[in-house]
Design a protein around this ligand. Structure first.
Ligand code: URP
Ligand code: ZN
Ligand code: ZN
Length: 455
């Protein structure tokens, strides 16, 4: 396949040229490559970028008494429609059980079902001698990132003693610890207080997780990571207080990777004033203030925030009704896997908030480097997987649940008009999406084994 005349942009280059693909791999990049390919795509006037990588998705995940509504099939297909060619999903260890059991369960759900490429993080919810011994095994499986939750006590949360032990073990294997950094005990106390006072609407989900709960845990995690020397990454960071903890850590030459998610850049806490409609935005951490959005956009440009993911964890409106009379029972999560790239392109690049190179870095390249997939994924270079997207930067379109491909019956961005559309998606040399149609089937998506951080 030859992609001709596109403006080919990576995290550090920008030129009009051709890209030649053989089988699954990019084999040549240059001007006026010979036009002898079986399939030629004219990308004149369009942008050719690396396929997106979303390192934070929850597909078919058991959570809060139900399952997230996108499977590995529907979720990765929706991701492809929006230009995300690889996702990293979370395997959750069940407390009292092994990492291996959890991995086998997730493999059962994903293998043969994914349409786009995927990998796994392992969430360690019970760190003990047995789990410690399994860390090396997981690294050998190509799972090189270990997630911890500092909240969701009784289900997912680990304490600081387990956190130190896990970090020490993960460091021994040159892998990465990622964190949901919020103070679970403080949040549980505030939830209990609100419920006791009969304050049960979605607004109180927000008020039970004030900024300090995230800033405190982010600082504690960063300090313990500094002590242990492990590679560290904070997922879904939302606010100024938390980012300032990371900023402060740079003063002692510590590096902590930071991911924010598209919703924290674009949506704010005023949405919790919508009575039960606010349930659509019940996620953890909650949406924040406009000043936090400004901090996050600046953080991207300052290089403090390296990744924009989604924390895609969709629930049908019917599932959200589980918390109709009690905000603490609303399944936490929001759907975005399909629109992350186009939302960030439109709101970030088209509106001049970030450069095109920065867009590529935060949607693809940095995640590939941090999570050990670079240069196979996340860039356009000879020898890399031919995961490419072609964007028409002027194409205007409108987001709606009526036309999206995620298995969820509402959109958090209903009616948003975007400038810039992903028109063609190529995954390992195959046209996966063209003219809004999927051209690869369930089972095409491959599990991607990952190595160490290369950043
Ligand atoms: O609300 C969220 N974020 N749901 C998914 C689980 C998590 O904390 O990432
Ligand atoms: Zn989380
Ligand atoms: Zn998450």
């Amino acid at each position: 396949m030859l992609i001709k005349n596109g403006r080919v942009v990576t995290a550090d280059s920008d030129s009009v040229c051709d890209v030649l693909i053989q089988d699954e791999i990019i084999v040549a990049i240059g001007r006026h490559l010979p036009d002898t390919a079986d399939q030629v795509i004219d990308a004149g006037g369009k942008l050719v970028l690396p396929g997106g990588i979303d390192p934070h998705v929850h597909l078919d995940m058991p959570f809060m008494g139900t399952f997230s509504s996108d499977t590995h099939e529907t979720g990765t297909r929706a991701a492809l429609h929006g230009g995300t060619t690889t996702v990293i999903d979370f395997v959750l260890q069940k407390q009292g059980h092994s990492l291996r059991e959890a991995l086998t369960e997730w493999q059962g759900r994903a293998t043969g079902n994914a349409v786009g490429d995927y990998s796994f993080h392992m969430a360690v919810t019970d760190f003990n001698e047995q789990t410690q011994a399994e860390i090396a095994e997981m690294v050998a499986e190509g799972i090189t990132s270990f997630k911890v939750f500092m909240a969701y006590k009784g289900a997912l949360m680990i304490d600081d003693a387990q956190l130190v032990g896990l970090m020490q073990e993960v460091k021994r294997h040159g892998a990465l610890v990622t964190v949901h950094a919020t103070n679970g005990d403080m949040i549980d106390t505030l939830i209990a207080q609100h419920r006791a006072q009969g304050k049960l609407s979605p607004l109180y989900h927000y008020l039970s997780q004030p900024e300090v709960t995230e800033a405190e845990a982010s600082g504690r995690f960063t300090d313990i990571a500094n002590y242990t020397g492990v590679n560290a990454y904070i997922v879904h960071l939302t606010c100024e207080g938390a980012l300032n903890q990371v900023r402060e850590a740079t003063r002692r030459n510590q590096r902590v990777f930071v991911e924010t998610c598209i919703q924290y850049l674009l949506l704010d806490a005023s949405l919790y004033e919508l009575d039960f409609e606010g349930a659509k935005y019940v996620m953890s951490p909650p949406l924040r203030q406009k000043k936090d959005q400004e901090t996050l956009w600046a953080g991207i440009n300052q290089g403090l925030v390296q990744v924009v993911g989604t924390d895609h964890c969709p629930f049908l409106w019917e599932q959200k009704q589980m918390g109709k009379h009690d905000f603490s029972k609303i399944p936490n999560g929001h759907p975005a896997i399909e629109h992350r790239m186009e939302l960030l392109f439109s709101e970030g690049v088209s509106k001049g908030r970030i450069s095109l190179q920065r867009f590529v870095a935060v949607t693809a390249t940095n995640a590939a480097k941090i999570f050990g997939m670079f240069p196979r994924k996340g860039t356009i270079s000879i020898g890399a997987d031919a995961d490419l997207i072609i964007i028409d930067p002027e194409h205007k379109h409108t987001i709606s649940a009526a036309t999206h491909h995620m298995n969820v019956d509402y959109s958090a961005y209903e009616g948003w008009e975007l400038t810039g559309k992903v028109e063609t998606v190529i995954l390992r040399g195959q046209v996966a999406i063209q003219d809004e149609q999927a051209h690869v089937a369930k089972g095409y998506g491959q599990f991607i084994k990952r190595g160490p951080t290369f950043f």
